[in-house]
Design a protein around this ligand. Structure first.
Ligand code: HEM
Length: 372
């Protein structure tokens, strides 16, 4: 596709798919022409306004000054220097999880390690009880997965479940926001309450959406980064041996996993004017899907793109996006992944796959496996 149909219109989904790095990067770097607000699309089947749920109105789906205002509320907390003091604790969380499984001889990498680690870390940052972990998983899965049963009844049941999860999430965070109003603490929910109560920065709706976005955005993605990392390494034993011998390679290895098996495969933008894209005439209101997974294998940018090289430098992959919406949690995800892999390989030698079955995450844009 990259070579022969770099930008093609898909009649069924009614979107333009974009496969080359240069075009994907151009779209993400020009938010005036390519908006993140899905309601500007003329052809997408969006839920009715009353059924859209709190995630519809977050920084992820906003443009311009509204986006910057929302992102500014928590930006400082996600900077690498703000996260440095958290590293020892993240290491302890990873170690505790491994304590529970290393003597067993066999583990489910996802259920025992890659899922709980980011959930515990973000729950602690937000200031919500980590005991609610199983519920977070159900909520996150429902929000990112596509329906397994696509019959009319199946789709209706799926939409009902989605609405139920929206309501549960809203009630859950409203209670926590209420609590921090009277009892502020040193956590992200308190920062959000503070921005809400100054009356200018955040509306109540936005505050609720904010909490949900932070809980959901970093979990499924980081779980899949860790799962994909171990999958890449078990498939490349030479790379795994090098990494075990020299843990300083973990930083570039994580970047290579983000490129080679990108946890987020695709994003969506909407054209705000008629624009030409690699010879295609895109019209105002058309939805455009830059495929990060494809851009990240573009031979125009990456030498031997289908080779997994743990020391690849430079590695300007688009796995965290680019431009104004560049992943807010990238420094946290990198820190967690580095610590997780270091601890895993320090404590578990002879990592080997127990089963050859792969059970993919059912999602149009998330790439990973459900157990490993
Ligand atoms: C945005 C990927 C982890 C929070 C994004 C975007 C990508 C991405 C591709 C750009 C979306 C767009 O341009 O439309 C990933 C991957 C992760 C990860 C691959 C893990 C490996 C996290 C974590 C958090 C987080 C740990 C923290 C809670 C966010 C937020 C945005 C975002 C809030 C929206 C930023 C904005 O709109 O300005 N992420 N993410 N992500 N990510 Fe991540």
């Amino acid at each position: 596709m990259r070579e022969n149909h770099p930008v093609r219109y898909d009649e069924r989904r009614r979107v333009w798919d974009v496969f080359r790095y240069a075009d994907a990067a151009r779209i993400l770097s020009d938010p005036m022409t390519f908006s993140s607000d899905p309601t500007r699309a003329t052809e997408l089947d969006l839920p009715e306004p009353e059924a859209r749920g709190p995630l519809f109105e977050t920084m992820l789906t906003s443009d311009g000054s509204r986006h910057d205002r929302l992102r500014g509320v928590v930006e400082e907390s996600f900077r690498p220097r703000s996260l440095v003091p958290r590293a020892p604790h993240i290491r302890d969380v990873a170690d505790d999880l491994l304590d529970d499984v290393v003597d067993r001889g066999e583990m489910d990498l996802i259920a025992d390690f890659a899922y709980p680690l980011p959930v515990v870390v973000i729950a602690e940052l937000l200031g919500v009880p980590t005991e609610d972990r199983p519920t977070f998983k159900r909520w996150s899965d429902t929000l990112v997965e596509t329906p397994a049963d696509t019959s009319e009844a199946g789709l209706e049941a799926f939409a009902r479940e989605r609405r139920r999860v929206d309501d549960e999430l809203r009630a859950y965070f409203e209670a926590i926001l209420d609590d921090r109003r009277t009892d502020p603490r040193d956590d992200l929910v308190s920062d959000i309450v503070h921005a809400e109560s100054d009356g200018e920065t955040l509306s109540h709706e936005e505050a609720v959406g904010f909490c949900i976005l932070l809980l959901v955005a970093g979990n499924v993605t980081t779980t899949n980064l860790l799962g994909n990392a171990v999958r890449c390494l078990t498939a490349h034993p030479d790379a795994m041996a090098r990494l075990a011998a020299d843990p300083t390679l973990t930083t570039t290895a994580v970047e290579e996993v983000l490129r080679y098996r990108s946890p987020v495969q695709a994003l969506v933008r909407v054209a705000t004017r008629d624009v030409e894209l690699a010879g295609a005439d895109v019209h105002t209101g058309d939805a455009v899907v830059p495929w990060l997974g494809s851009a990240n294998r573009d031979p125009a940018v990456f030498d031997a793109p289908d080779e997994f090289r743990i020391d690849r430098t430079p590695n300007s992959h688009l796995g965290f996006g680019r431009g104004t919406h560049y992943c807010l949690g990238a420094p946290l995800a990198r820190l967690e992944a580095r610590i997780a892999l270091e601890q895993l390989f320090a404590r578990v030698t002879d990592v080997e796959r127990a089963s050859t079955e792969l059970d993919p995450v059912r999602s149009a844009f998330i790439y990973g496996v459900r157990s490993f």
